[in-house]
Every structure is written in structure tokens, then in C-alpha cells.
Ligand binder design. Structure first.
Ligand SMILES: [Zn+2]
Length: 403
């Protein structure tokens, strides 16, 4: 793949951080190693971008320190084209024997095997950044359960009695491998600085509860739909971790290079999050040359300035809820469950204060439990609902729920 030319040639770290400060943002997440597997810092372990002649991340870290902006280092944990090309045995092997994933001809062609030597490589790069730069935290992205039947994974699955010919079992195994890698990353980082901000995207919120220090919800309505954020905001806040960051985008999609959403659209997402206990964040792409895109900054600054006028209403505010929508099903479907989305929309239109709850959190504070349409009761849900009824409180159960 030909390298993008002039990477970082127009990057002015001081001007960039000054604009961020003008927007009123106090926290920046910036790519230190991207989806292409290229590093933007002085690395002895990884592959520095061939068109980048200097330590871009180092300059940025220094400028952020001077401006008092917390800087989180972004690593793509699951996708890495350049490293996958150099180490073909580090990539996932699909059921049909190919290493490319669908759609094949995108920048995201290679996914990495969490059980290959890639895991040690990634951990050592993360430690390298932690030891050499004044960062506040790490955002590890795309730790999704990409199925892999490479010899290493098959050997481990056989040892654990997992059927490696069963696609569902392989995906579950991959999810467990991603969590195991996340645990090892967290352990390595906590020994360096226990105060790091840590989040592992792609790993379930409840699965990473013991190792992450905050949660992110990435929501671009053009791809997730406008019912996604309402469901997720009412759910994530029940898990007891703060802050919950609500990341929308300045564009319509992550592959939308150059797009800029209207002011009202971005503002709507951020205000919705603020009203539901989330902190605002706007995702963007940098021009590879590092040029400042003033049109984007002008828009974000205008929106952030307006949000700041509402601070007295959201700073230290708590969402007081009386209703719990019960969702004990697979969390993978949480954002796509039609019955759940419908219940969330109905209670929102009725202007009720509610949460979406799994069995991860306590239900005792709710006066009403809403159990939408097709919830099958297991022993734990049965016990909780009986306890709720015994306390003289109400249940609204629709469809076949509980039958
Ligand atoms: Zn593998």
C-alpha cells in the first residue's frame, strides 16, 4: 500500500491545542497508532509512519501539558494493516482460509489475532507510550470478537473443549480472548499509573467493569439510528461508573472524510447526552498533513460555548429515575432490540424518568418495572420481580414476558 505523503508536514501542535482550549475542551483523545498500524511517535517497537519525519505525538503531548489539556492515547487494538502485512501469522484466519475480512477493499482489511504474538507487541507499544509521554489515559479501540481459527486459537479452543468448527462458539472464544488481552493491558498500565483513564471499545461494558475507569458511548446517528443513544444513555448510567462520555461525530460516518454535520444535528446529540448524565465529545478526522480545519473548529467552538451556558443544569447533576425497563437478554442486541427501543421511545414521549437495567445493577430503587414484550424470566429475574412485587411495587409486563 503506498504511504500517504507529507504526514504531519502542516501540523502546528501549539496552534492546534490553542484551538482546542478555545473550544473549552479539557480532554483530547488522539491517535498514537492508527487503524493502518502506523505509529505517530518515536517507537522502537512499532512501525512509524514512513512519511512522518518527527515525533508528532510527542509534540502534541508537550503542547497539551502546557495548555492543561488531558491527553488520551488512542490505539486501534483489533485492526492493523501494516503490522499484519509484516507478520501474516498475527492476523485472524477466517473460516474459508483467508486473512482479509469483509468488505475486503477498505482501509480495515486486516484484523489481528489476540492470541498471536501480536498481543505482546501491542502491550509493549502501549507500555512504551505510557513510559515516554505525559498521557492521562488510553483508549483501545476495535477489540471486537473477530473470529479466528489460526493454529494458535484452534489449539487453545481444543484445550478448553470449544468446538472450533462452530462459528458462534469461535466468536464467543474471540470475545473472551479480547477481554483477556484487555485485562493484561490494564494490568500493565495500572502498574505504571493507577490513575489512568482507561476504556476498551469492543469489549462489553459489564465485562470490562473491573478494569476500565470510565465508559464511552460512540453514536453517529447516521449509522446507528436516532434510537441508539436513548437506549444506551439510559443503560450505561446504571453501571455505576463515571464519567460516561457521549461521542458523536462532526461527520456522518467514520469513513466520511471531509463531511461536516449541521450545527443543530451535533448539538442535539450532545444536549441529549448531557440531559442524561453523559459528557460531550466530538469525533473527527485529522487531515494527514495536520492542517487545521478551521470550519470544523468554528462549528465545535460555537456549540461548546453554548453548552457551557447550561453548565449549572448538568454539572454534578444526577438523573433521578423511578422506572426500570428490564432487559436481561444478550447485551450484543441491546442497541438493536426493537421491543426495547419501542419501550424507550414510549417512556421518553411520555416524559417519564427511567433507566434500562440488566441484572448487573440493583433494581430496588424503582417504583415500576417495565418488562417489554418478550422477556423470558430466568431464576434471577424471577427472584427480583417477586421481591419487587412483595414490596408492594408495580410491574408492567407486555406480550409474552414472564410467561
Ligand atoms: Zn488466532
Amino acid at each position: 500500500m503506498p504511504a500517504c505523503p507529507e504526514v504531519g508536514a502542516g501540523f502546528d501542535a501549539a496552534a492546534f491545542t490553542e484551538r482546542i482550549k478555545q473550544c473549552g475542551a479539557g480532554h483530547l483523545v488522539f491517535s498514537v497508532r492508527c487503524d493502518q498500524g502506523m505509529a505517530y511517535y518515536d517507537t522502537k517497537t512499532g512501525i512509524r509512519h514512513p512519511s512522518l519525519p518527527y515525533d508528532l505525538f510527542g509534540r502534541l503531548a508537550e503542547a497539551c501539558k502546557q495548555e492543561g489539556i488531558a491527553l488520551t492515547a488512542y490505539f486501534n487494538g483489533g485492526i492493523s494493516s501494516a503490522e499484519g502485512l509484516q507478520h501474516r501469522d498475527w492476523t485472524t484466519l477466517n473460516f474459508d482460509g483467508r486473512e482479509y475480512r469483509e468488505p475486503r477493499f477498505t482501509p480495515y482489511v486486516r484484523t489481528m489475532c489476540y492470541n498471536s504474538p501480536y498481543r505482546e507487541h501491542l502491550i509493549s507499544m502501549i507500555k512504551e507510550v505510557a513510559q515516554n509521554y505525559p498521557v492521562s489515559g488510553f483508549f483501545i479501540d476495535c477489540l471486537s470478537p473477530y473470529p479466528c481459527i489460526c493454529p494458535l486459537c484452534v489449539k487453545m479452543m481444543k484445550e478448553q473443549g470449544i468446538d472450533w468448527t462452530d462459528k458462534e462458539e469461535v466468536v464467543t472464544f474471540s470475545g473472551a480472548s479480547a477481554l483477556r488481552l484487555s485485562n493484561d493491558i490494564a494490568e500493565a498500565l495500572m502498574s505504571i499509573n493507577p490513575g489512568y483513564l482507561l476504556y476498551f471499545s469492543g469489549v462489553g461494558y459489564e465485562e470490562q467493569a473491573a478494569i476500565s475507569s470510565y465508559y464511552e458511548c460512540v453514536s453517529l446517528p447516521n449509522s446507528t439510528g436516532y434510537d441508539f443513544l436513548p437506549v444506551m444513555s439510559h443503560y450505561i448510567r446504571t453501571l455505576g461508573k463515571e464519567p460516561v462520555v457521549n461521542m458523536t461525530g462532526r461527520f456522518y460516518d467514520w469513513g466520511d472524510f471531509g463531511g461536516l454535520r449541521p450545527e443543530a444535528a451535533i448539538k442535539y446529540d450532545l444536549l441529549y447526552g448531557l440531559a442524561n448524565g453523559m459528557r460531550p465529545s466530538v469525533g473527527g478526522h485529522f487531515h494527514p498533513r495536520g492542517d487545521l480545519n478551521n470550519a470544523v473548529f468554528d462549528r465545535i467552538e460555537k456549540i461548546y460555548k453554548e453548552l457551557q451556558t447550561t453548565e449549572p443544569w448538568f454539572e454534578d447533576a444526577k438523573n433521578i429515575t423511578e422506572i426500570g425497563i428490564v432487559y436481561p437478554k444478550s447485551l450484543e442486541n441491546l442497541s438493536n432490540d426493537r421491543q426495547l427501543k419501542s419501550a424507550v421511545r414510549m417512556l421518553s414521549e411520555l416524559k417519564q424518568q427511567f433507566d434500562v437495567v440488566t441484572t448487573f445493577s440493583d433494581w430496588s430503587k424503582y417504583k415500576v418495572l417495565v418488562i417489554p414484550d418478550d422477556v423470558t424470566f430466568d431464576a434471577e429475574v424471577t427472584r427480583r420481580v417477586k421481591e419487587h412485587l412483595a414490596a408492594g411495587k408495580a410491574v408492567i409486563s407486555s406480550g409474552s414476558s414472564g410467561l
